[in-house]
Write a protein that binds this ligand. Structure first.
Ligand code: MN
Length: 285
């Protein structure tokens, strides 16, 4: 059995641009965070936006050295980068963006969501890349909801959506640069599931909503995150209220991290280079 290390939550929220009120559940700056290969988790909303004429969001900004994984729950995001790539991310969709050697993009509420208004809710997870992949060309995996396999857990409606890796032999559509399992778990009140993980992988559990007991002892509630020890293989969850959970599991990347805002590299010199490249306009694609 995997031991629970701790359950935490974000004390405050902050705005990313004017479109995303986020709670940061962990980041590469979190002291003592054994979260590798994951770097950061932002939970945006749920927040109500009135109908508007001008899209809210975050304008052109760079990323280098890692991947951003955007998972939409409510609302719609439109993204564009400076090399002409763009698209819509709607409820149930996942965008797995490999920034790698660097890109500039904007992430905005879509035109339709701006016009209609409504509740916005999304997750952005940052995934680190090993040094050898930090220098590859940027690319995207637009993963629409219909491509994400659903595994039934019981006859009551509990399911697992397999975004990356495998769940009981069912493979998710995302291609990853290191071994990662990313599952979205919907567990109905009263139902239990035993999850199996490779030993020595990082394991994090974020509750978007609901309430679950972990290994029949601690209870986690909505907007809380659970950190687990690397040893051990199984976690038992029982839902007290209908729960939606994001399960993040991956092989740690055993390399130094040097990070500065949207740049995450291995050394301070590479961060300096990223800042110089950005200031000199060398982030094109
Ligand atoms: Mn971004």
């Amino acid at each position: 059995m995997k031991q629970l290390h701790r359950i935490t939550h974000a004390d405050e929220s902050h705005w990313v641009g004017d479109g995303f009120p986020v709670r940061t559940l962990f980041s590469y700056n979190t002291p003592d965070a054994e979260v590798s290969p994951f770097l950061m988790l932002d939970y945006a909303g749920p927040a109500e936006f009135p109908a508007a004429s001008k899209p809210k969001g975050v304008g052109m900004h760079p990323h280098r050295g890692f991947e951003t994984v955007t998972i939409l729950y409510q609302g719609e995001v439109e993204h564009h980068d400076t090399s002409g790539n763009g698209g819509l991310i709607g409820p149930g969709d996942v965008q797995w963006m490999t920034a790698a050697k660097g890109l500039l993009h904007e992430e905005m509420h879509s035109a339709a969501f701006t016009r209609q208004g409504g509740v916005f809710e999304a997750i952005q997870l940052w995934v680190n890349l090993p040094a050898k992949f930090k220098v590859v060309a940027p690319h995207y995996q637009p993963i629409t909801s219909d491509r994400i396999p659903v595994v039934k857990l019981d006859d009551h409606g509990s399911i697992v959506r397999v975004i990356a890796g495998t769940y009981q032999g069912v493979k998710g559509p995302a291609t990853t640069h290191t071994p990662i399992n990313l599952w979205e778990l919907h567990l109905l009140a009263g139902q239990s599931v035993e999850l199996d993980f490779p030993e020595n992988y990082t394991t994090l559990l974020f509750a978007l909503k609901g309430s679950v007991t972990i290994n029949n002892s601690a209870t986690m509630n909505d907007a809380e995150i659970a950190f687990f020890e690397r040893l051990g293989k199984t976690i038992t969850l029982t839902a007290l209220k209908d729960a939606t959970l994001l399960v993040m599991n991956g092989e740690p990347i055993d390399e130094p991290i040097a990070g500065y805002g949207p740049f995450v590299m291995n050394t301070p010199e590479e961060i300096q280079q990223a800042i110089e490249d950005f200031n000199a306009g060398r982030f094109k694609s």
